[in-house]
Design a protein around this ligand. Structure first.
Ligand code: FAD
Length: 538
């Protein structure tokens, strides 16, 4: 197979798309190196298998953050997928493009050509949209399923509460009217997870010019002068790339690899004895993430807990799934929510809502953590500030790539973010005070949402909020190395033959869940790589 034209590091949400697209030309040899192993597991295919995967040490990295000062000095756990399909193989499958304003903001911050008008058709090429009746529109590889006919009955109270508060309702959170409460669409196909690995990578693996190497952990990028020429694995094996090395190792892995290879904050690299190829403080900087704290209630009517806790209920759900590929096992745990404004004077929605007809705890079991459903008819509500402005950092702690980097989220470090937390809490209170939801509640579980004032809401968030698993922007795209790591063609500033194409290249966090925009970025990234190749050849 050697030498390769392109080496893609990471077979996650972005890497799988690159692999599929770049290898479409039989003359182009592509190597994909993935640190983790296979995604062949029923828990990966089964949408509700999420509860198992999230804490599975064999299929995930379980990163720990530094104590976060504004979260009471708490350290958080950040799972990331470490298997074929990456985090896209273990995530909750909510499919949200994000809001148009998010991408206009990308362009404003220096990512020319990435505004909403430019990326909308890339999303459309990515997707086949599937209605409740099975009708399809579009012919993209990622199937986006409307599950509004399948979500639990309890969600009707959420819909009524949205109407009662005068907030809009969106029939399609990925449509032209994406603002409002709504039912989340999910990336499943016939009741199974439709990750980018399933949709792009596997169909291409039969090609002779595409090679996937699993359990291949890349230690560093190799350079000749300032041109990337290949990579070295932790076991010492090296691979040569004739054209480009493309990092798709995710928002933690990609900055870690750049820094380990001499591209990063000069003082940090010097202190660690790593020769500096290009000093750039933005590598590992600008880290953003979504945070949320959920409020749990006991309902007066059965929730999903009543279905999935008893043995008989589980057996019924399993049979329904086995015979019809429908029912609770075919869905995400996140069913309703949407994008809303906590105050009417805002330009665009500032909160993402979640209303889940299920409640659970994550408890330690020896070395592992386990999801356990509450022994009552629980449901949860929460609001997640959609566009946090706080920025943290990820930095390596030594030259050894197998040592986890230092993750400093720096959450709630801006007044704006603290205000958004209070606004989100107030919005949840308003929703829970509606006739529709107050009549549903038998009792609230501590901390009691209705009793919290502004200071109480913020204090509670500091004490309990955790990641929604959306780290981005640690190799952000922008106009120059003064403010960013890659240019608008995703090429690393100051070197040749090297790009970063994954969630780390987001200029800023989008309002919703980050998988769909990551896949969009990878599809457009593949277009740019192929365009550049053509230009070179002519
Ligand atoms: C628990 C969880 C739930 C989530 N839920 C949702 C959701 O419901 N909806 C949504 O939109 N988003 C969700 N997300 C976020 C979404 O999945 C990610 O934003 C997206 O998958 C990021 O894609 P990526 O390609 O940047 O990184 P990843 O998909 O994480 O891929 C990176 C890949 O690189 C590999 N890698 C890393 N370092 C190296 C190295 N040195 N050598 C070789 N390989 C390496 C990793 O093993 C991994 O496979 C969730 C994430 C998690 C973790």
């Amino acid at each position: 197979m050697e030498p390769f034209d392109y080496i893609v590091v990471g077979a996650g949400s972005a890497g799988s798309i690159l692999a599929g697209r770049l290898s479409a030309d039989p003359q182009t040899r592509v190597l994909v190196l993935e640190s983790g192993g296979s995604d062949a597991s029923p828990w990966v295919s089964l949408p509700l298998g999420y509860g198992k995967l999230n804490t599975d040490p064999d299929r995930t990295w379980q990163f720990k953050t530094e104590p976060d000062p504004e979260l009471g000095g708490r350290s958080g756990t950040w799972p990331r997928g470490r298997l074929v399909g990456g985090s896209g193989s273990i995530n909750a499958m909510i499919y949200c493009r994000g809001l148009p304003g998010d991408f206009d903001d990308w362009e404003r911050s220096g990512a020319k050509g990435w505004n909403w008008a430019c990326v909308k058709n890339v999303f459309e090429r990515l997707e086949t949209r599937v209605s409740t009746s099975g009708q399809t529109s579009g012919d993209g590889p990622i199937h986006v399923q409307d599950v509004s006919d399948q979500v639990h009955r309890l969600n009707r109270h959420f819909r009524a509460a949205i109407d009662e508060t005068g907030l809009p309702w969106s029939e399609n959170l990925n449509g032209d009217k994406s603002e409002g409460g709504g039912v989340y669409q999910i990336n499943t196909r016939n009741g199974r997870r439709c990750s980018s690995a399933k949709a792009f990578l596997y169909p291409a693996l039969g090609r002779e010019n595409l090679h996937l190497e699993k359990n291949a952990h890349v230690r560093r990028i190799l350079f000749e002068g300032s041109k990337a020429t290949g990579v070295e694995l932790v076991n010492g094996r090296t691979f040569v790339a004739r054209r480009e090395v493309i990092l798709a190792a995710g928002a933690i892995g990609s900055p870690q690899l750049l820094q380990s290879s001499g591209i990063g904050p000069g003082h940090l690299l010097q202190d660690l004895g790593i020769p500096v190829l290009r000093a750039n403080d933005n590598v590992g900087g600008h880290l953003q993430d979504h945070l949320a704290a959920t409020y749990t209630f006991v309902a007066r009517e059965p929730t999903l807990n009543a279905v999935l806790r008893p043995f008989l209920g589980k057996a019924r759900a399993a049979l329904k799934y086995a015979f019809c590929a429908r029912g609770p096992l075919a869905l995400s745990i996140n069913q309703c929510g949407g994008f809303v404004r906590s105050r009417p004077d805002l330009d665009q929605p500032d909160q993402q809502l979640y209303f889940n007809p299920i409640s659970y705890k994550v408890t330690p079991h020896g070395e592992r953590r386990r999801f356990e459903l509450d022994p009552f008819n629980g449901f949860i509500i929460c609001a997640q500030p959609a566009r946090p402005t706080s920025r943290g950092r990820i930095d390596i702690q030594g030259a050894d790539i197998t040592v986890a980097p230092k993750i400093s989220p720096n959450s709630l470090s801006t007044e704006e973010d603290r205000r958004a937390v209070i606004d989100g809490g107030r919005l949840c209170q308003k929703l829970m005070a509606t006739k529709a939801l107050s009549a549903l509640v038998d009792q609230s579980v501590a901390p009691h949402l209705s009793e919290l004032d502004d200071a109480g809401l913020l204090a509670d968030f500091r004490a309990r909020a955790s990641t929604v698993y959306h780290p981005v922007s640690t190799c952000r795209m922008g106009a120059s190395s003064e403010t960013s790591v890659v240019d608008n063609r995703l090429k690393v500033h100051g070197v040749d033959g090297l790009r970063v194409v994954d969630a780390s290249a987001f200029p800023n966090i989008t309002s919703g869940n980050t998988n769909a925009p990551t896949m969009m970025l990878a599809l457009k990234g593949a277009d740019l790589i192929l365009e550049d190749r053509k230009r070179h050849a002519s």
